[in-house]
Design a protein around this ligand. Structure first.
Ligand SMILES: Cc1cc2nc3c(=O)[nH]c(=O)nc-3n(C[C@H](O)[C@H](O)[C@H](O)COP(=O)(O)O)c2cc1C
Length: 182
């Protein structure tokens, strides 16, 4: 069975390493998971007043997350935390009160950085906040991946054997977790 995953990348850069990581995971998940990328770059800064006439971008984001079987968030590390655009999306998705989309969602976090700890601190903070939103975090190995361009070919496939085996195991375990919890 193929389950769907709402994928939210916490970087808006067109050459984002975290987007590349998401796309590499998508290829490794073929046949098990279908990735639905959620654009959060067009969400306004959170403003409770806007619920009177909710922005289309907010409604679209909430619908994409609500209908997905699972959620994958990838974050760069920004100043030892996760990306602010993710927090903004999390806040929008948590409201109106009682109509949030995060609760009970089978969720995984991943991240990469050129730095040696691979966005580990940012991801830890993201996991803590996702727990506050009552997502169901999958018990997965942490993808604290230091980005090494040589591990990928021109089409984005993972060609380094160790990295590929690690990411394959991660996404396979997430697929199994979603199948069990969705
Ligand atoms: C505002 C800002 C803060 C950053 N802080 C960190 C940091 O705390 N730790 C880290 O490893 N890298 C840090 N970086 C470097 C990012 O990891 C790097 O730019 C990465 O490529 C961003 O992810 P992306 O390629 O998906 O956009 C920072 C970058 C920016 C722009």
């Amino acid at each position: 069975m193929t389950n769907s995953v709402a994928v939210i990348v916490g970087s808006l850069r067109k050459d984002s390493l975290n987007l590349k990581l998401a796309q590499a995971l998508e290829k490794l998940a073929a046949g098990k998971l279908v990735f639905d990328y959620v654009d959060i770059g067009d969400l306004p800064a959170y403003n409770d007043d806007l619920w009177v006439n909710p922005p289309a971008s907010v409604l679209r984001m909430k619908e994409q997350v609500a209908k997905a079987d699972g959620l994958l968030m990838l974050t760069p590390e920004y100043n030892r935390s996760y990306a602010g655009i993710l927090k903004n999306a999390m806040d929008w998705g948590s409201r109106p009160y009682g109509q949030g989309v995060w609760q009970g969602k089978a969720t995984a976090v991943a991240g990469t950085s050129p730095g040696s700890i691979g966005a580990a601190v940012g991801q830890a903070r993201l996991r803590a906040d996702l727990a506050s939103l009552s997502t169901v975090l999958a018990p997965l190995p942490e993808v604290n991946l230091q980005w090494k361009p040589a591990a990928y070919d021109e089409s984005g496939d993972v060609i380094d054997a160790g990295t590929r085996a690690f990411l394959q195991g991660y996404i396979d375990q997430f697929a199994a977790f979603i199948a069990k919890n969705a």
